[in-house]
Design a protein around this ligand. Structure first.
Ligand code: NSS
Length: 430
């Protein structure tokens, strides 16, 4: 008998098919069992009627447990009242594996319990919806760059030096040598632009974040475009077009999932270019107006970003941060050497930074000096300095954190639900 996925059941109306999946839940009314079966593509209500089936099938329906794996043969019937619009009138069913008593029940569970059972928690409708949206966001990232002439360049995970400061480096032993897990593929993408012009890398990145916040993971995914001959303004144009495209695709293709998460889509519909561009000093002024105590020169904390982004109905771009708090590779503003040509994109609704990037220092001597000033080893950066010795060009890029973007678009309270198996300071299992 033909195995059909539940999502395709509608095109088999009136036919006998086989559905394979997991028992989501069940209820009975005497001689009938209603089994809600899930297969990853959808849910279908399967009706087992005592008068229509063999004793073994009725007994299987009576005894089958939540999350058991099941195989059902039956006829697809259109039924407006059924979830998904179709029902399976079961002729025969078998239980492939009878599940033990399932630990996750409809009652409320604490976060720690759910995180310990993340491998099972993923099966819930809510987690499924989040993973579907995550997938859509990642696909949109790729499609955006692929359709604009960018080439994907895979950058290494084992690296000899820091990109984003030495305090969050994960160190590992590498055949008698020290290696660090990549914090960003940026430096390697900068090398690749001289070969390919416009590139992006997309992969897992690692930071030993000792902060326990709703925005920090120790392993997160980042997509990073890098463009030759692009300045800070070009970079901001690219970032706003990119973020708008991602939101547009999620609205277009994941309406069901957003509904399931009870996400109000109106704020997302407003995410269209142009985004407001304000300087760090203007952002600091907002904090002052709102009565937030903030020392000029410091970086914005999560709470500060919430206040700043709360002023706007769409993402806001904050540029020209104090150079002293930014990475060694950032180009200084020629009009004010104390400011770096960097930009952060802050998401609205209190989410804060989802993108960090900017224009890179392209002068050999200046960059060499910065490497020293930041206490970084010249040796490990010789290859990077070479890029300023052999055909240096103005260039810019940025990194978008996937998990923070998923958290914002799904409106989740914490990044831990945005990735299948989150890694945080106190979470390495499962
Ligand atoms: O440190 S960033 O601001 N910038 C870079 O890594 C640049 N090297 C990117 C580039 O220009 N190619 O990080 C970029 C984004 C940031 O805006 C967040 O969205 C995300 O990466 N990010 C994180 N997400 C989750 N957890 C943690 N710990 C985290 N750190 C950064």
């Amino acid at each position: 008998m033909k195995h059909v996925y539940i999502a395709d059941a509608g095109s088999h109306e009136g036919q006998t098919v086989t559905v394979k999946g997991w028992l989501h839940n069940k209820r009975s009314s005497g001689r009938l069992w209603f089994l809600l079966v899930r297969d990853g593509t959808g849910m279908i209500q399967s009706v087992v009627s005592q008068k229509d089936v063999q004793e073994a099938t009725f007994e299987a329906a009576r005894t089958v447990n939540q999350e058991s794996s099941v195989i059902m043969r039956g006829t697809v019937i259109a039924d407006e009242r059924a979830p998904g619009g179709y029902e399976l009138q079961v002729e025969e069913m078998s239980v492939y594996q009878q599940a033990e008593e399932y630990p996750i029940t409809p009652k409320e569970h604490g976060t720690a319990f759910l995180m310990d059972h993340r491998h099972l928690w993923l099966r819930s409708s809510r987690q499924r919806a989040i993973l579907k949206i995550r997938h859509e966001i990642i696909k949109a990232c790729r499609d955006f760059f692929d359709s604009r002439g960018f080439t994907l360049v895979d950058t290494p995970i084992f690296t000899p030096a820091a990109c984003e400061g030495t305090t969050t480096l994960f160190e590992t032993e590498y055949f008698g040598q020290k290696a660090f897990l990549s914090q960003s593929g940026q430096l390697y993408s900068e090398a690749a632009i001289a070969a390919l012009g416009k590139v992006y890398c997309f992969g897992p990145t690692f930071r030993a974040e000792k902060s326990k916040t709703r925005r920090h993971l120790t392993e997160f995914w980042m997509v990073e475009p890098e463009v030759a001959w692009a300045d800070l303004d070009d970079n901001m144009d690219l970032a706003e077009a990119f973020v708008s495209y991602i939101v547009e695709k999620v609205l277009e293709n994941r309406g069901e999932e957003l509904k399931q998460l009870e996400r109000d889509t109106r704020p997302l519909e407003r995410v269209q270019p142009p985004f407001l561009r304000i300087s760090y000093d203007e952002a600091a002024d907002i904090l002052k107006q709102e009565g937030v105590s903030f020392e000029l020169g410091n970086d914005f904390g999560g709470g500060d970003e919430t206040v700043i982004s709360g002023r706007f109905d769409r993402p806001v771009m904050v540029h020209r941060y104090p150079a002293a708090i930014k990475a060694f590779y950032m180009k200084r503003d020629p009009h004010d050497e104390s400011r770096a040509l960097g930009v952060d994109v802050l998401a609205p609704e209190g989410y804060g930074e989802i993108i960090g990037g900017g224009q890179r220092e392209d002068d050999y001597e200046t960059l060499r000096k910065r490497i020293d000033e930041h206490g970084l080893p010249q040796d490990a950066f010789q290859w990077y300095l070479d890029l300023r010795r052999y055909g240096s060009v103005p260039h810019s890029g940025f990194g978008l954190g996937i998990e923070r973007t998923v958290a914002w678009i799904c409106k989740l309270p914490h990044v831990r639900e945005t990735i299948p198996f989150p890694r945080m300071m106190h979470r390495l299992n499962p």
